[in-house]
Design a protein. Structure first.
Length: 177
């Protein structure tokens, strides 16, 4: 018998000062049995950073041919492909063929090693790559509850997150634009 995903519900008050984008997001996420809380929260954060109409989560780890988040046009073209983690060069290359814009958000403790090993190959591709600080994601993950309200304020290359359980700041670095 397969292990079922864990469902999380987030109500997010989003203020993106970089883009003058303000919204209230109601997100329901299924955490895959093999997915960590940290990875799931990076998905939530990257959704907030790129929030716009029709942006959606995919089946994620359950469907290897899809990104974690995407924006699709009415005629099913992929306008934005967002991967979370440290994808292979082949996966990134495939994404650049399938989508108009590709973004990768690397976040874990081996992120620097991944970038050092692959940056010369990834530099040849039309992809934006960002590294989110691991310790800050751990702080965010420590505040997670199955149902929660969050306030996310984005300015520059950081997001200030406030919840009932506490608050933290999450920073990211642009590795390739």
């Amino acid at each position: 018998m397969a292990i079922k995903p864990t469902i999380y519900k987030f109500r997010i008050s989003l203020s993106d000062l970089n883009r003058d984008y303000y919204d209230t997001l109601n997100l329901t996420l299924a955490q895959h049995p093999s997915e960590t809380i940290e990875r799931m929260m990076v998905r939530v954060l990257t959704y907030c950073i790129n929030a716009q109409e029709n942006l959606s989560f995919t089946k994620g780890l359950s469907e290897i041919d899809e990104p974690d988040i995407w924006l699709r046009s009415m005629d099913e073209q992929t306008l934005l492909w967002i991967d979370v983690g440290e994808p292979s060069v082949d996966r990134v290359k495939k994404a650049t063929r399938l989508a108009k814009k590709v973004m990768v958000y690397s976040f874990n403790s081996k992120s620097d090693v991944w970038w050092t090993q692959l940056q010369n190959k990834i530099k040849l591709l039309a992809v934006s790559v960002f590294r989110i600080e691991w310790e800050e994601i751990e702080a965010l993950a420590a505040m997670v509850q199955r149902t929660m309200d969050m306030s996310v304020s984005i300015t520059g290359d950081s997001a200030f997150v406030a919840t009932e359980s506490g608050e933290c700041e999450i920073n990211w670095v642009t590795l390739q634009e």
